[in-house]
Ligand binder design. Sequence first.
Ligand code: 0A1
Ligand code: ZN
Length: 887
Amino acid sequence: MDRKASTPKPATVYLKDYQPPAWQIEAVELEFDLDPQATRVRSRLQFRRAPETGPDTPLHLDGEALELLGIALDGEPLTADRYRLDEAGLEVRGLPETGVLEIETRINPSANTELSGLYTSSGNFCTQCEAEGFRRITFYPDRPDVMARFTTTLRADKAATPVLLSNGNPIASGELEDGRHYVTWQDPFPKPCYLFALVAGDLGWIQDRFVTRSGREVDLYIYVQKHNLDKCDHAMASLKHAMRWDEEVYGREYDLDRYMIVAVDDFNMGAMENKGLNVFNSRYVLARPDTATDADYQNIESVIGHEYFHNWSGNRVTCRDWFQLSLKEGFTVFRDQEFSSDMNSRGVQRIGDVNILRTHQFREDAGPMAHPVKPDHYVAIDNFYTVTVYNKGAEVVRMLHTLLGAEGFRRGCDLYFERHDGQAVTTDDFVNAMEAATGVSLQQFRRWYDQAGTPELEVERHYDPQARTCALTLRQHCPPTPGQSDKQPFHIPVAMGLCDREGRALPLRLYGEAAAGGESRVLELCREEETFVFQDIPAEPVPVLLRGFSAPVKLALDYTDAELALLSAHESDPFCRWEAGQTLARRLLLTHPPQALDADTARPLIEAARRTLADTALDPALRALALTLPAEGYLAEFVDPIEPEQLHAARQALRLTLSRALRPDLEACYEQLTETGAYSPDAASAGRRRLRNLCLNYLIACEDDSAYQLALRQYEQAGNMTDSLAALQALVNSDCPQREAVLEDFYSRWQQDTLVVDKWLSLQATADRADTLERVQALTGHPAFSLSNPNKVYALLRAFAQGNPVGFHQASGAGYRFIGEQIRTLDGRNPQVASRLAAAFTDWRRYNPTRQAGMRTELEKMRDAGGVSRDLYEIAARSLGDDTGTN
Ligand code: 0A1
Ligand code: ZN
């Protein structure tokens, strides 16, 4: 099918076309008369022509879905010949060098289903302006390198809308006629319009105070719907921890008199760092022990930290253009990961972060959507809020930290903030600051920003008993990615060590060095191949590479099973120790058919697991991680084509084998970890629950009554959502006769709590059952589901498409057709959410021909649909291999 003639191919934006803004906006005064269906927005833009701009250059103001009511220059209405209006915005001609443009528009927040711009959520007004939502509020140069001082007046009915919030500090408020009232807010810091926010409604709040280390008092507020007021304490505690941490680790203080967080139920992403007024998806704010799991508590701390850290890495210093997105996102993810490490367990955090990177980012980097950390073209920027920009971007910053050392890195950050405070800059400016502060050349390192793809790092070892040397030859290669066939070598930091056959670390002296420099060091691989020779090595050692996963690469080293077993028992670095065990399990899973994964074959793994279960000296969370089999999504990276049922069957078979062989050990561990005290989300308690619930998960694999009874008892007696949900999940994935009754019980208990209902939907969407697709289809008609609420779409449809490979990829193609149809319907309402869901199809070439055909058909239907959004078009077209890199 051809694209409808009426639908022009969406245009591509290129980094190489970047031009500095011709006009600057020095100050903006906004006035909102809030009404759900017809909000009037008056804006007064104080503009100034940039020095390099010619006098005839028009001023371009972006605008989308706006009704223009009036436009005036310096108090005089503009005649129609002075401006031109089209679907992209407004062009104003013949402007003086400086002046004031007044524009009045009308918008309809309640009809805004895209959740970009000003919209309503549960009857309250809120905004989302990143990346290009401000143009859906008023005509404006909607680009991050235009920075202005904002003053915002909000007017609304006082009874219906008592709370009126915007960025900065309140400077005036009062009563108006007809029961209306107003508040004026002023933000003293110039900012790009993507950081603008307003919130208005009937909200409750909790309040606290933070005193910065220089003695400034900051009022902290969290605003929520009133029935959620008892779920805000953890978010507030997390905020205070984040504020302190940024002072201690980066020397960065908060800069306004108040910091406000608002939780809304309808939000496309996780949260947004608007200056002084963060807007959050309620799932990253609300927690009470009976409604939120340990993972929720952990995520809240991390996202609260992330948005807070943006105040410096993103707001005070922002991005010049959207190709630089990783400047703020990669850096801020690195900062939030380190914050979480310091608040909880560093090893557990690192393993979790590497897992996300390898299961999602490596996959993205190997497929048709692969792009560099700094992309060089896009159709819809919203499609580039990716694991590559965020998580690989964080790895790039982490490598800088590794290469420069903590102190050098901190000096680089200080210089970056000092040089660029109040500016909109590039990733190159960031690296320049690192170089200038340390004197280290990062010329080659910059390739990490420009080259897509995951480098493969192959290691060859040679031990010479006569010379007592161990030579490690490191070779790098990066496969081609779309538009980049030839890659230049990367600058790769390889943290490593050597250990003896008892697992003891050996001192490391490189050839030519006078003395050993410790038992762990960072090798820098810059060329395609390099050999490092270690001396004074008494016997053939076991090399340990990529400690802490020091670079986002795929490592190939010919370990024997015995060496992996040694490392999994003795290695000091938690990541490498865990990795060794995972590699052992992966080898088993990928080299045996499911029926061969019996106790004999799995003996070494069983014995290692038995030791881990009993090793009470080891952090329970690390024990749980060690005992968790590699995820199917990760295993998929190692096979071609991907056969989802085979991977699933293998993993299930091995789980059952471990369960049978270790039953008494699992039961003992489960019992030993039983706790009765009050719930606390701290890392140690959460780690114990994690291990105990993992034991339950193994035990129920046996599908017998005693395991069912254990899960039922846990479900009934659980004093917190972590244990309750783990029991429910175990039951839902089993054949326990009470499974349906328990599911129903859970819903009837929690139907009023939208976030808990999301968990209920996800459990069913990911259930390991033959009829899951029918169940998911039926649930789309359940009162608990709504296509208008992103969380519901993610909880049900994305959980099925991305969290249930067997169900989604079922051979009949029914999973593809169902999700494809949902995506096309959704695209008419919320293109961002539709295109996120479409990511489930991007990898279609990795599957067998039948599946390829089914997925491809759906992608073609998406791409060729009349009126398809730019967002969905780009994902579908790129997935199909169309070149979106040329207009
Ligand atoms: N800057 C936010 C992420 C974000 C991006 C886009 C959004 O709407 C399209 C919303 C939030 C962050 O990194 O947290
Ligand atoms: Zn961010």
